[in-house]
Design a protein. Structure first.
Length: 278
């Protein structure tokens, strides 16, 4: 029965999400039950593509990414794939009518990771859009459930939320990206001599993204709002912790939110949600 294959594929995407990001997994669990599977499917897809460019150092990354790209479009067109991650992703793309241009931009950013180690302002904006903002827009297709007018209204804030998350990831992962992969995403920064001023400029930019994003979070459909708010609060807490770290320490450590603090974020978000303060 094909239904069993589809449900098994979706379970694989759920396992990938839980295995790679307990924070996102927890936040997705706060969404309405009808929204969880499609978001797991999106996360599983982007996680596997990202894993190719970030981790498969002993293999031909370019070839693997190209094969994954071809198989993705093939799965969407055929509405089936023997790769369970791609099969669950194509289900979500086809069910919610996710624009293929978003997937194109995502792959363009993944390909940039294979070629570039430094970014100018234009390249940085293109990378942020393709690697993060489009993921937020894919999820927005799910959250809006076909309501195009609502999607258009929330599109800009969804992009800001994706951008904020990605930029916080960049700051948190400077040690791995710069020391391990020789990548420098932030334009004009010298991480061999990372200054307070440079760090503050990056943080000011992220602050703006969070402000714009919150306006959209408050307007999301109720089925999506609480889960997205939890993810928003988690990343905002992580960002505030990073802001307290000296520039030199950023290159030496990876800032984390302890589990008890994550639990507190969920609890406080739950209280605000019950009081309809979100």
């Amino acid at each position: 029965m094909v239904e069993l294959f589809h449900s098994t594929s979706e379970k694989c995407s759920r396992i990938v999400t839980e295995g790679y990001s307990t924070s996102f997994f927890s936040a997705i669990g706060m969404l309405h039950t009808s929204l969880r599977k499609p978001v797991y499917n999106i996360y599983g897809f982007v996680r596997f593509a990202d894993e190719i460019v970030d981790s498969f150092h002993d293999f031909d990354k370019k070839l693997l990414l190209q094969q994954f790209k071809v198989e993705t479009y093939d799965a969407i067109e055929r509405k089936i794939s023997l790769n369970p991650i791609l099969n669950s992703f194509q289900q979500t793309v086809n069910e919610y009518g996710i624009d293929a241009k978003l997937i194109d931009s995502f792959f363009e950013s993944m390909e940039m990771d294979l070629e570039k180690t430094k970014y100018d302002s234009k390249g940085y904006q293109e990378y942020i859009y393709g690697s993060a903002e489009v993921v937020g827009l894919m999820c927005l297709y799910v959250f809006c459930e076909g309501k195009r007018e609502l999607y258009d209204k929330l599109k800009s804030s969804a992009q800001s939320l994706g951008a904020a998350f990605q930029k916080v990831n960049f700051l948190r992962d400077v040690k791995a990206d710069f020391n391990g992969l020789s990548r420098m995403y932030f334009p004009g920064c010298d991480f061999n001599n990372f200054t307070e001023q440079e760090k503050r400029q990056i943080e000011d930019d992220i602050d703006e993204d969070f402000i714009k994003a919150y306006e959209g979070v408050k307007q999301l459909p109720l089925k999506a709002r609480f889960g997205v708010y939890v993810a928003y609060k988690y990343y905002l807490s992580l960002f505030r912790k990073i802001k307290k770290v000296k520039p030199a320490r950023i290159l030496e450590t990876r800032v984390r939110i302890p589990n008890y603090k994550k639990a507190m974020i969920i609890f406080r978000a739950g209280v605000k949600n019950q009081l309809r303060l979100i």
